[in-house]
Design a protein around this ligand. Structure first.
Ligand code: 5CA
Ligand code: ZN
Length: 453
């Protein structure tokens, strides 16, 4: 399906620093790409109640990743799905007396507009589950050919016992270190059915769900029905990125069972000697990146609880999308945090200071009377060379921003470097900063943080 229009990305002088990310499976900082080509699969939305700030935080985190890769000279291939057929979507359509497909189309479009407004660069491939049904079916047939599937009253399950490496993302031996009991509990909470009688193992997952009365269904090798959730991402990721790729990304609520099962499906379906499996034998992602959960009013922002703050509503009420981006970037992508009016006010204050400092006739008076963010703490975090007027050199600011982002996407550290520059400019004598450094700071904020000033 169509993605959305890409914002222009200014080309920065020099070359970006190689990005390292914390791999959820190992807990270690790891090079996000190993060659010239870099590939990312990010789990996309289930199109109802999108785009809330939690979604926006997750997708802007992957946008920082893509921007860091581009800045370091990589050729980036980025695939993202849209889960436009699944239980939660059908349940919401049923609850509201809506047509499920109209709901999906409408919400996907809202998501596109929000991403564009936030200057999130579009994926190379935005792929809906429904349009990918032939891809998903081919993939599921490969699982069947490897003897990994079994039938339970017409539903088709993946036997996790078919994958000796099951648990290598979240299981007891990983940095997550989750016990079997914990994995089972998470599976029940997040769309699995560990208690269904007749399953070979509680953690086995549905690959093809037989048609139910009143539900949409499509023909397949397994009869009429619809695909499971994990097989959707396993099939789309390997179709568009190959059997082995660099990064699989999503919110921390997807670590288990979704990402574990997607990888497990892929290991079985694409096990070597499949052409395209990684040189070192790995299949699916080399690295798993997970973003923290954004809360609102004391609980994780979620469609099921309904405690949502929508990007579209904020925009309609006159909030600048760049302030939304800055509010998100003020938190490390792996942190859990809470959206409040104060978080937004702080971001609006930062945006007006940055704009005042980079205005054509800078330095100008800041638009807001007082900075909510303490400049002193940020000055300490930005060890950059200074010009004679005490303003850090723009090239040094760029270097600091690059280094902060390259170290596990430390966006708050990157903001601090620009804060230090902006605060110094705003307190320097008028006319002491030349247009070229101002332009470089604007380009830095735009190219690396997606913030147009
Ligand atoms: N379609 C599936 C993935 S294949 C899905 O999880 N859809 S979603 O709409 O529920 O979420 C889309 C992305 O936003 C996922 O990466 C999810 O982890 C992330 N997300 C959902 N809620 C939050 C939240 N409150 N904070 C941060 N990220 C969130
Ligand atoms: Zn997914």
């Amino acid at each position: 399906m169509d993605a959305w229009r890409a914002a222009d990305v200014p080309v920065l002088p020099g070359r970006g620093v190689e990005l390292r990310l914390r791999n959820t499976a190992t807990g270690k900082l790891t090079a996000a790409a190993t060659g010239h080509k870099a590939s990312l699969y990010a789990c996309g939305i289930t199109p109802y109640d999108a785009t809330h700030i939690g979604h926006a935080a997750t997708f802007t985190a992957w946008d920082l990743l893509v921007r860091a890769w581009l800045d370091a000279g990589h050729e980036v291939t980025y695939a993202q799905n849209v889960t436009d057929i699944d239980d939660p979507l059908l349940e919401r359509a049923e609850r509201d007396g809506d047509d499920w497909w109209e709901l999906a189309v409408r919400e996907t479009e809202r998501y596109r507009r929000d991403m564009e407004a936030l200057r999130v660069l579009p994926p190379t491939y935005l792929v809906g589950a429904v349009e990918a049904l032939p891809v998903i079916n081919r993939f599921a047939e490969r699982l069947a050919a490897r003897g990994a599937l079994y039938d339970l009253d017409g539903d088709v399950y993946f036997a996790r016992g078919a994958d000796p490496a099951f648990g290598s993302l979240a299981g007891p031996e990983t940095a997550c270190g989750l016990s079997l009991a914990q994995l089972t509990m998470l599976s029940a909470e997040r769309g699995g059915d560990p208690d269904r009688p007749g399953k070979k193992d509680p953690l086995d997952a549905v690959v093809w769900r037989a048609e139910r009365p009143g539900e949409p269904a499509w023909d397949s090798h397994f009869g009429r029905g619809r695909p499971g959730w994990h097989v959707e991402c396993a099939a789309i990721a390997t179709e568009y990125l190959g059997a082995a790729f660099d990064v699989q990304a999503g919110g921390s609520d997807l670590v288990f069972p979704h990402h574990e099962l997607s990888a497990s499906h892929a290991r079985v379906a694409c096990a070597p000697p499949t052409p395209g499996a990684g040189a070192e034998g790995h299949v699916f992602a080399r690295l798993y990146a997970h973003s923290g959960m954004v809360a609102y009013q004391g609980a994780k922002m979620s469609k099921s609880l309904g405690n949502l703050v929508f990007v579209s509503r904020l925009r309609e009420s006159g909030v600048d999308p760049m302030a939304i981006r800055l509010a998100i970037a003020a938190h490390h992508y792996r942190a859990d945090w809470e959206w409040t009016d104060g978080v937004l006010a702080e971001a609006e204050s930062r945006l007006s200071r940055w704009r005042a400092a980079t205005a054509p006739a800078s330095p100008a008076a800041p638009a807001s009377p007082a900075s909510v963010v303490s400049p002193a703490s940020h000055l300490a975090a930005a060890p950059v060379a200074a010009t004679s007027a005490g303003v850090p050199a723009a090239e040094a600011v760029l270097q600091t921003v690059r280094e902060r982002l390259a170290g596990d996407l430390d966006a708050p550290g990157a903001l601090a470097a620009i804060d230090a520059w902006a605060d110094a400019v705003l307190s320097a004598p008028p006319g002491s900063v030349q247009p070229d450094p101002v332009r470089l700071i604007r380009d830095t904020a735009d190219a690396l943080l997606g913030v147009a000033l």
